[in-house]
Design a protein around this ligand. Structure first.
Ligand code: PHE
Length: 502
């Protein structure tokens, strides 16, 4: 088999070559066919049945218009044929237009004049005649096109260029193969064994049976698996930081919690704006919590009303049990921290110092925009020990944020009802060229800690930040709705690279 151009099975020429669309489709089918042919040759080569070489050649193919001319002659030749012989008689442009069509006449006239086949009749206005003395012409354009149709090119490159300019031919790459018999040449394709079986070993068939070659370049098939959401990847990094620093994880499986744990245990006064319907989602049914530890509740009540025995004046209002029972979607994970600190204070063996963290969802009644959703994740840590100071808090923040690659912190006094002092944490964002708030922190107030039963001398520091902000920065996401919710791209989630803090 010397030449793949001889091979049968190539796609048939379309019925109407002069139709641009079917010609285009034909070229596409041909390209597919070439790829398929190459694939078959490769697999025969892999079996050593053949050897082959690929060749690239520049050739030319006729356009739909080119096929039209190869079939019916060029515009100029058709015009010539339409004109009366001799050169004396003429035909008016109107007549010619009717006979040939406006396009053929327009192009034909230009070319026939240039080739000196025809001219404007010297006397008859608006009429064309053959050039006197020209009895016969050679339709070189049509001949050239027929030659290209047959062989793919012309001897004379200049003439090919002219046809290209007239958009009668286009350049095409022809891929062809020269093929010779290989050592395993055969007219039958034997099925190659892919695995060595026990039967083959027993029967001795393995000695003669042809095996399929291993393809060590093949890429593995991507396993069908789920993918972790970017928030979960960044959460994992935060968890690792906390574990590295000796923290234990708090159970956060209480999206719905009482106002008692969300606010009152944290010494947030019952009139505080954060407890409004504008800020907090309240639960309709059931609306009230059933279990609140009674003796602890009475101590919290005292702390709020007049400070009780905790060295505070309290807020000086009448504490409402109805308000504390109201169920809410927790507005911060500090509700969990409060419950865990209460548990820590009341452990059977007595209080032991602890470092605890949580990362989970919180809910706020917010207008949704590019940077706010009605729910987000908080990353929160608390450290409870004797004699903890503000210096410990600042030192902790420096170590913690350095582990996620954020150094150069600044602290600004802030206000939380449950911490005093409170510090907002800022870091310099070189991209934005300004200091941005990255967290909130503080030393929990004695009005919160003493009613819980934490021993005198035990202080607790705490801090919180959102999981979304560092995730958006890590992945370069500007709109929170590209990260969370029904508009996110599953493909982006699948392709999101793993995150490592430096
Ligand atoms: N709860 C605070 C917030 O929602 C974070 C915080 C936690 C502040 C612990 C101080 C101590 O922003």
């Amino acid at each position: 088999i010397p030449d793949s151009r001889e091979l049968v099975g190539r796609p048939p020429m379309p019925a109407n070559l002069e139709d641009e669309k079917s010609l285009d489709e034909h070229h596409k089918r041909r390209a597919d066919w070439q790829m398929a042919l190459q694939g078959h040759l490769k697999s025969l080569e892999a079996r050593q049945m053949i050897e082959f070489q690929s060749h690239d050649e520049i050739t030319y193919a006729l356009t739909a218009e080119g096929y039209g001319i190869a079939h019916s002659g060029s515009q100029e030749a058709r015009l010539f044929a339409a004109l009366p012989p001799g050169g004396d008689e003429a035909k008016t442009l109107d007549e010619l237009k009717k006979e040939l069509g406006a396009d053929v006449l327009k192009i034909g006239q230009g070319k026939a004049f240039a080739k000196r086949w025809a001219r404007k009749h010297p006397e008859k206005q608006g009429a064309l005649a053959r050039m006197p003395g020209v009895e016969e012409i050679v339709d070189d354009t049509a001949e050239d096109l027929r030659e290209i149709r047959r062989s793919g090119t012309l001897q004379d490159g200049q003439r090919v260029n002219d046809l290209k300019k007239r958009k009668l031919v286009v350049q095409k790459k022809l891929l062809w193969f020269s093929i010779t018999k290989g050592p395993q040449f055969s007219l039958k394709i034997e099925k190659l064994a892919t695995d060595l079986s026990a039967e083959m070993l027993q029967s001795g068939e393995w000695k003669t049976r042809p095996f399929k070659k291993y393809n060590f370049d093949a890429e593995g098939v991507m396993p069908v698996t789920g993918a972790l959401h970017p928030l979960l990847k960044v959460r994992e990094e935060f968890r690792n930081i906390f574990f590295e620093m000796g923290f234990t994880e708090m159970p956060t499986n209480r999206f719905v919690d009482s106002s008692f744990w969300c606010f009152d245990s944290l010494f947030v006064p019952q009139q505080h704006a954060a407890r409004d319907m504008q800020d907090t989602f309240f639960i309709k049914s059931p609306a009230a919590a059933k279990h609140i530890p009674e003796d602890y509740l009475s101590r919290v009540t005292a702390a709020h009303e007049d400070g009780g025995p905790y060295g505070s004046t309290g807020y000086g209002y009448k504490f409402s049990r109805d308000v504390t029972e109201k169920l809410v979607l927790r507005t911060h994970t500090t509700a969990v921290s409060a419950a865990m600190l209460y548990e820590l204070a009341n452990r059977p063996g007595g209080f032991k110092p602890a470092k605890m963290f949580s990362i989970d969802r919180v809910f706020r009644n917010e207008a949704v925009d590019a940077t706010h959703l009605a729910e987000f994740h908080q990353v929160e840590g608390v450290v409870a020990d004797y004699n903890i100071t503000l210096g410990d808090l600042i030192g902790f923040m420096q170590i913690f944020f350095a582990k996620m690659g954020v150094t150069n912190l600044r602290f600004k006094p802030a206000y939380n009802p449950y911490t005093e002092p409170s510090l907002e944490i800022f870091s310099y964002h070189s991209g934005l060229g300004k200091w941005v708030e990255i967290g909130n922190s503080g030393m929990f107030r004695p009005e919160m800690l003493r009613p819980m039963g934490l021993p005198e001398g035990v202080n607790v520091l705490g801090w919180g930040l959102s999981l979304e902000r560092p995730t958006m920065i890590r992945y370069g996401i500007n709109n929170i709705r590209d990260l969370v919710g029904h508009k996110i791209s599953i493909t982006d989630v699948e392709r999101a690279p793993a995150v490592r803090f430096p």
